[in-house]
Design a protein. Structure first.
Length: 152
């Protein structure tokens, strides 16, 4: 199961979709503000993947992906404008060395921090869409996520 999580997180940087390709603001979409806590190093990039359904969950061609440079440790705040209202799941990781992938050890365990939109019940399997999904229903909505390391 660990290798599935790693494969999904490794695919995030290759899926970058410019924010200019997101829909414009309307009465049926809003701005998702992602607040990422537990950022331990002021370097690298946080890669965020957004999935809109169980069918599209962790399908790289169906994700909205954004990369954000990390400028300070502690907490970071990122904005995704023009996101249609609906149910979403978010997967992200902190690419501390900016090599474009989630680094891992010889056992395949992630060595860089990662997180989902809601904490999974266990780290021993990939969480389901339902387990980590949330409702996006406001013109401006915050999602608070704490990065974690495998050994936390």
């Amino acid at each position: 199961m660990t290798s599935i999580l790693i494969q999904i997180l490794l695919a995030l940087p290759a899926l970058a979709v410019p924010s200019s390709e997101l829909p414009a603001f309307s009465a049926e979409n809003g701005q998702l503000i992602i607040e990422v806590n537990n950022v331990k190093e002021a370097k690298g990039t946080i890669w965020v993947g957004i999935y809109d359904s169980q069918e599209n969950y962790l399908v790289k061609e169906k994700a909205i992906v954004q990369g954000f440079k990390v400028e300070r440790a502690g907490a970071a705040r990122y904005s995704i404008p023009g996101l249609p209202f609906g149910t979403y799941a978010v997967a992200l990781f902190h690419d501390t060395n900016d090599n474009g992938e989630l680094d891992r050890n010889f056992l395949g365990i992630p060595t860089e921090p990662f997180a989902f939109s809601r904490p999974p019940r266990t780290k021993w399997r990939l969480p389901s869409f339902k387990e980590v999904s949330f409702q996006f229903t406001a013109n401006s909505q915050r999602l608070r996520i704490s990065l974690r390391e495998w050994y936390d």
